[in-house]
Design a protein around this ligand. Structure first.
Ligand SMILES: CC(C)(COP(=O)(O)OP(=O)(O)OC[C@H]1O[C@@H](n2cnc3c(N)ncnc32)[C@H](O)[C@@H]1OP(=O)(O)O)[C@@H](O)C(=O)NCCC(=O)NCCS
Length: 211
C-alpha cells in the first residue's frame, strides 16, 4: 500500500500531465483526481477527470486534505490556489527529485519545480510558482507569488520578480534587476535592466513591444 498522501489537481491539460509525473516521481503525493469543467479527456495519465465543480467538496468530505493547481496561467493559478485553501485544502508542492534545490532556499506552497531546475542559496520562491524544466534561479533571488520561470530560463543572483511575472523559455535576467508585477518576458529575451510592471518585453536587450 502506498504511503503517499492523496492530492486532487485543478486542471486536466498538458500542464496537469507534467505535474502528475513529478508527483509520482517524488512519491510523497498520489494524484487521485483532476478537476476541470472544460476537460477534453476523461483521464490524464490514468488519473480520472471530474468536470463537476462540486467534486472538490466531495473529495474533502472523503478525507482528501491536499490540493494543487495544475494550470499554467499565472493569475488563474493564484486565484484557484487561494480558493482551494479557503475551501479547506492544504496546498501540496510538486518538486522533482531531479531538481537541485538549495537547503537554504525558501519555498512557498502550491509550487512546481521541474526536473533539471536549480534553485540556489537563499533564493525565495513564492506561493503558486512554477520553476520549469532546466530553469535556474540563482542565489538570493526573490520570486513573487504565482510567477512562472519557463524552461531553460535563467535568473541571475539577487533578481527580484514581483507577483505573476512570466519569464519565457530560454530568457535570461542579469543580476540585481527587478521585474514588475504581471510583466511578460518573451522567449529568448535578455533582460539587462529593471522592467516596469504590466509590460511585455522581447529581444536582446529586452525592450517593450510597441503595439
Ligand atoms: C512575448 C510573447 C508573449 C508575445 O506574444 P504576443 O503578445 O502574442 O505577441 P505577437 O506574437 O503578436 O508579437 C508581437 C511582435 O513581437 C515580436 N515577438 C514576439 N515574441 C518575441 C520574442 N520572444 N522575441 C523577439 N520578438 C518577439 C513578434 O515578432 C512581433 O513583431 P512585429 O510586430 O514586428 O511583427 C510571446 O511571443 C513569447 O515569447 N512567449 C513565450 C512563450 C513561452 O516561452 N512559453 C513557455 C511555456 S512553458
Amino acid at each position: 500500500m502506498s504511503a503517499a498522501e492523496p492530492v486532487i489537481l485543478l486542471g486536466a491539460g498538458g500542464h496537469a500531465k507534467v505535474c502528475i509525473e513529478v508527483f509520482r516521481a517524488r512519491g510523497l503525493f498520489d494524484p487521485v483526481a483532476c478537476i476541470d469543467p472544460y476537460a477534453k479527456e476523461n483521464n490524464v495519465l490514468g488519473v480520472p477527470v471530474h468536470r463537476d465543480e462540486d467534486s472538490q467538496r466531495a473529495f474533502l468530505d472523503r478525507g482528501v486534505k491536499w490540493g494543487f493547481v495544475a494550470i499554467g496561467q499565472n493569475s488563474l493559478r493564484a486565484k484557484l490556489g487561494a480558493d482551494l485553501q479557503i475551501s479547506g485544502f492544504r496546498l501540496a508542492n510538486a518538486i522533482s527529485p531531479r531538481a537541485c534545490v538549495s537547503p537554504s532556499a525558501t519555498l512557498g506552497r502550491g509550487i512546481l519545480i521541474m526536473p533539471g531546475a536549480v534553485i540556489n542559496a537563499e533564493a525565495d520562491i513564492g506561493d503558486h510558482c512554477i520553476v520549469n524544466t532546466n530553469a535556474v534561479v540563482e542565489h538570493d533571488c526573490r520570486v513573487g507569488i504565482a510567477c512562472h520561470v519557463a524552461p531553460g530560463s535563467v535568473l541571475g543572483g539577487r533578481v527580484r520578480l514581483e507577483d505573476e511575472v512570466f519569464v519565457g523559455t530560454g530568457a535570461s535576467v542579469t543580476p540585481n534587476n527587478v521585474i514588475g508585477k504581471g510583466t511578460v518576458v518573451g522567449a529568448a529575451a535578455a533582460v539587462i535592466s529593471n522592467i516596469a510592471a504590466g509590460v511585455t518585453v522581447v529581444g536582446v536587450p529586452a525592450r517593450p513591444i510597441i503595439r
